[in-house]
Design a protein around this ligand. Structure first.
Ligand SMILES: NC(=O)c1ccc[n+]([C@@H]2O[C@H](COP(=O)([O-])OP(=O)(O)OC[C@H]3O[C@@H](n4cnc5c(N)ncnc54)[C@H](OP(=O)(O)O)[C@@H]3O)[C@@H](O)[C@H]2O)c1
Length: 344
């Protein structure tokens, strides 16, 4: 079991960014190591998840979740090792999912933690999988496909941000359902990965090709399910190809998270004419999906049939650049910060 140091480090929000966040919007601070009160647990952070929603928390625009206060610790889900516990459920040495914060050490209410130190966790190459394929992004893909997309054999399913944490799982789920799956991703390397490693039938590089023409060519029978992760020009190209009774799980609009003004609205007349179902969702709408997904997907991850890829940077101080890179598409796979080593 790891020793408890005297100080901890945290990344706080120094100011609200105008567009793309930069290092200057954050500050690394130190304080004395806190002690968990009754019902609380102190963990050392091993993995910190970096996710697009964090850009929203840096802004004070109206949203479904409260922003991080200026001077407050950045929010983010982690995998950590329990160092001290004020709750009988958790013992030092336990590995848990759930402590929140860009911090080397976190005190959390025990009720917010999930133990992940029992089999089959030990057989995974990295516990970081609990923040990606088996964690929130995986649950997001599962919820969107299961509850809204509902792909059927022979249908055409298009996934934007296809090489990313959510998109890669959403597309593999559609393949499992027997659909023809087309990805949209930035760059030849990502498109190759989407086809060769993830098994999508096709992938369109929106950065170099004329997207409208390329997507139309890749979807000769139109689109039955469009899993929306991006928005903007990518959305316009996909919406133009939607078939009657198409379904659109509205998962995210990462292309506009750094914009101060929302883009002009699309002409949605086709939604009526084609009876399209467009439905937004948030990963926590159905809390039961998280355990359901872990149960379903863990054997697939262990037998290698559900492919995943992590993009890892080392050190808490690298978290700001990791977030900026994610928002610019420089990540290749689930973006993670390794804050400290996994237990031997
Ligand atoms: N509804 C929910 O509850 C929920 C939960 C989790 C995530 N989400 C959403 O799901 C989406 C994917 O999240 P993730 O965690 O899986 O991230 P990710 O796909 O691993 O990383 C973000 C990717 O977005 C793409 N991107 C960034 N800017 C873009 C732009 N201007 N145009 C087109 N593509 C752009 C980049 O891929 P390319 O290099 O391929 O462009 C980048 O790698 C995000 O919109 C996120 O907000 C929603």
């Amino acid at each position: 079991m790891s020793a408890i140091p005297a100080i901890r480090r945290s990344v706080v929000l120094r100011r609200r960014p105008g567009g793309m966040p930069s290092r200057d919007d954050f500050e690394l601070v130190e304080d004395a190591m806190p002690t968990p009160a009754r019902g609380e647990v102190l963990t050392r952070t091993i993995w910190l998840s970096i996710d697009p929603y964090m850009r929203g928390r840096m802004s004070d625009r109206r949203s479904y979740a409260a922003p991080v206060a200026v001077g407050g610790v950045m929010t983010g889900v982690t995998v950590g090792e329990v160092l001290a516990s004020g709750d009988a459920e958790f013992q030092p040495g336990d590995i848990v999912l759930g402590p929140r914060g860009w911090q080397t050490h976190i005190v959390s209410p025990a009720a917010e933690l999930t133990r992940i130190d029992r089999p089959p966790a030990q057989r995974l190459p990295s516990l970081g999988a609990y923040l990606g394929v088996l964690g929130m992004p995986g649950v997001t893909a599962y919820t969107g496909m299961r509850d809204i997309g509902e792909p059927k054999p022979g249908e055409t399913v298009v996934i934007s941000a296809a090489a990313g944490a959510v998109g890669s799982v959403a597309g593999q789920l559609a393949k499992r359902a027997g659909a023809r799956v087309v990805g949209i991703a930035g760059g030849a390397e990502k498109c190759l990965y989407v086809q060769e490693m993830l098994g999508f039938d096709d992938c369109v590089d929106y950065r170099v090709l004329d997207l409208d023409d390329a997507l139309a060519a890749a979807c000769p029978d139109g689109i039955d399910v469009y899993f929306e992760n991006v928005g903007g020009a990518v959305q316009a190209a996909a919406f133009a190809l939607l078939n009657p009774f198409a379904r659109v799980p509205m998962c995210g609009l990462v292309a506009q998270y750094n914009e101060s003004e929302p883009p002009p609205g699309p002409n949605l007349a086709f939604v009526v004419a084609k009876r399209v179902k467009i439905q937004g969702f948030l990963v926590f709408d159905k809390p039961e999906r998280a355990a359901e997904w872990r149960e379903l997907a863990t054997p697939w991850v262990l037998d290698g049939s559900l492919r995943h890829r992590e993009d890892v940077v080392d050190g808490l101080e690298e978290a700001p650049d990791a977030l900026a890179g994610l928002l610019a598409g420089r990540n290749f796979g689930k973006m993670l910060v390794r804050v400290d080593a996994e237990p031997a």
